[in-house]
Design a protein around this ligand. Sequence first.
Ligand SMILES: *Cc1c(COP(=O)(O)O)cnc(C)c1O
Length: 402
Amino acid sequence: MKRIYMDNNATTAVRPEVLEAMLPYFREHFGNPSSVHWAGRAVSPAVEKAREQVAKLINCSAAEIVFISCGSEGDNHAIKGTAESLKDKGNHIITTTVEHPAVLHTCKALEKQGFEVTYLPVDKDGMLDLDALEKAITDKTILISIMWANNETGNIFPVEQIGAIAKKHKVRFHTDAVQAVGKIPVDVQAAGVDLLVLSGHKIGAPKGVGALYIRRGTKLTPLIHGGHQERNRRAGTHNVPSIVGLGVACELAGAEQAEHYARIKALRDRLEKGIFDQVPEVKLNGHPELRLPNTLNVSFAYIEGESLLLNFDMKGIAASSGSACTSGSLEPSHVMGAMCVDVVLAHSSTRFSLGADNTQEDVDYVLEVLPPIVQRLREMSPLYNRGGKPLTCDECQIVRRV
Ligand SMILES: *Cc1c(COP(=O)(O)O)cnc(C)c1O
């Protein structure tokens, strides 16, 4: 059976060049980079080289990069660390309703400790109102945490304008750039970002490694206390092979980005156009233009995203509905909810996130198998037979239980 992977916003395959670069650090170069002897000395330059590679991709200096275990850790570190270090200054945080759970649930946890959080809404295209952001700032605001690009819709937020607003009001700005890095240019200077998070497994490095950019001079309480690694910013023995892999992935991403952007966008646009041409009653979720080049999120009215995914899976196609972190729950995605997509459409939202390995044949295969699947599921759907009249939430619950 064909296997087509279009779920690259959930994770990516490790790139062969990345794996090759990592292997010696599993085999002969096993030392602890904090050790002064030969075994440590053999690996510490590799960690520092990776730090340079990551820094170059986002235009900062190597000393501002801290290696972490994953994007979620970085978001926790940035937000909880800021809350702890600036709590004497204020207790107010501004974020959005469409952040990744690593940000949303961290903010929720802080609310239990007495912090106040403003969750900015988005419009029907999933975009923010920057006036609302500026109005939300008070003299107690210590942090603005807004993602660079959304994992579900691919929407790109205007980070440079957000950074300017943050600067004007002297508020710290954290951005979860896990989806942006490697797909679009990310420049922490131009964007006026103080804290930025990226994750290896979204850009062809392994799972379990990431980086946190901390602008020089930013006071940030560590999340993990212990040894003196990472200039006391993050304790724990370095995950040397993964750090080496992350460095190579960042270098490749930087070198290939422009070409990659054009190629992926052409494939995504072909998929998008094909779906809209062939399938009636489809809705695009997200902004038509201000979107990552690889992401397509669409709702196929009247059917369940989950049943669509299972049918795709039977044809070898891997896509996703909602984010992988919420699959397993029957609630529609919080991002779709925030965009006021009606319940029927929210339940049928499906995300295709393309990657470097996808080809035009992959897209054409999806376009061949998708329309009949949608048609068959619609014919089975109790919603479809209602003639398109939107269901209320209650009705939707009843339909689901049957
Ligand atoms: C995947 C993702 C994360 C979490 O990164 P992990 O390395 O899996 O912890 C955070 N934010 C966004 C936007 C993501 O897509």
